[in-house]
Design a binder for this molecule. Structure first.
Ligand code: PMP
Length: 369
């Protein structure tokens, strides 16, 4: 009898389960729109040219070794990462008001930030401070903050299903009603899973209320560069809040914008030059996503699929919240072998020039059957 025999089996993670089902499916036209990673037009993962280049440099660089890093991480990496988020000319950086800690991916950064807030935010032990996450949000936000010891995690209004867009009124209302000093987790850009971001005008309204109501901003920045192809544009919200004088946290992930999903510990080696060179590479990825958005919308409109499909091109980043119901999703999977999350979220990178007609036809049938 093992000491661990009472450990329960963890529930399957939805997106991995979907991928397993997809793999077992033998249908020749099957499509996977569930996976949360970039794919080329041939459905393949992409090693960014800049990453290949840096890997070669690392192999050849005799001065690199596997010595322990300083406790906060590689200094060059920390300062380069802050510059990516805040801009090379950021007054906050110049005035030495920025601190960075190297973590294991965006998830690790969120966890360290959450634990730090729980221990030190506002001068007290803060397990009871409300933490607000968007409804819906990336599925791990709840777990990360709960595991860091926060006891009161609440949803804030974000997605308006009828409008297929942002519920700004509900969001602002929740900001007005939240207890002062509550913590709000905000997606810096390319909101996961809805692909719907506030406009700059809407961010300004959000910031105004947050400042007046003394609410704490914790940005989760997992897709910088993915929304528009520009690291600068996609950092607009973060930089705006900083320019408004907010003290805030940013959890940065480089998993998506460098295509380094499995390379958590290797991110140690991402030097400043890689960050500088990557700008062209994120544009390649963002442009393909934008092209697929345009084409999917055009094809659905050409088919005369009932409903409006403008949200497909209004939403940004890797994901689109299609508005398909769970029943329609089930039809897509069972009858058409097109795999997507039950929420109706699709990864635009799962679409290619070869399967987009089939997917559009499948959506049309799911909606009209
Ligand atoms: N935040 C959001 C919104 C994400 O979508 C993801 C990745 N799916 C993360 C954080 C985690 O990033 P990482 O994979 O670098 O831990």
């Amino acid at each position: 009898m093992s000491l661990f025999s009472d450990v329960p089996q963890a529930p399957p993670v939805a997106v991995f389960k979907l991928t397993a089902d997809f793999r077992e499916d033998t249908h020749p036209q099957k499509v996977n729109l569930g996976v949360g990673a970039y794919r080329t037009d041939d459905c393949q993962p992409w090693v960014l040219p800049v990453v290949k280049k840096v890997e070669r440099l690392i192999v050849e660089d005799e001065s690199l070794n596997h010595e322990y890093l300083p406790i906060l991480g590689l200094p060059e990496f920390r300062s380069a990462a802050s510059k990516v988020a805040l801009g090379d000319d950021s007054p906050a950086i110049k005035e030495n008001r920025v601190g960075g800690v190297q973590a294991l991916g965006g998830t690790g950064a969120l966890r360290i930030g959450a634990e730090f807030l729980r221990r030190w935010y506002n001068g007290v032990n803060n397990a009871a401070t409300p933490v607000y996450v968007s409804a819906p949000t990336w599925e791990n936000h709840n777990g990360v903050f709960a595991d860091a010891g926060f006891k009161d995690i609440r949803p804030y209004h974000y997605w308006d299903a009828a409008k297929r867009g942002l519920d700004l009124t509900g969001f602002l209302d929740d900001l007005e009603k939240a207890p002062e000093y509550s913590i709000f987790v905000l997606h810096a850009c390319a909101h996961n899973p809805t692909g719907t971001d506030p406009t700059q005008e809407e961010w300004k309204q959000i910031a105004e209320v947050m400042k007046r109501r003394k609410l704490y901003v914790f940005f989760d920045s997992a897709y910088q560069g993915f929304a528009s192809g520009s690291l600068e544009k996609d950092a607009w919200a973060i930089r705006f809040f900083v320019s408004e004088g907010f003290e805030l946290f940013v959890a940065q992930s480089f998993s998506k914008n460098f295509g380094l999903y499995s390379e958590y510990s290797r991110s140690t080696y991402i030097h400043a030059y890689l960050l500088l060179l990557s700008k062209g590479n994120v544009k390649t990825m963002a442009d393909r996503v934008l092209l697929m958005r345009d084409q999917l919308k055009a094809k659905l409109q050409a088919l005369g699929t009932p409903g409006t499909w403008d949200h497909i091109t209004q939403q940004i980043g890797m994901f689109s919240f299609t508005g398909l119901t769970p029943k329609q999703v089930e039809y897509m999977i069972k009858e058409r072998h097109v795999y997507l999350m039950a929420s109706g979220r699709i990864n635009m990178c799962g679409l290619t020039s070869k399967n987009i007609d089939y997917v559009a036809q499948s959506i049309h049938e799911a909606v009209t059957k």
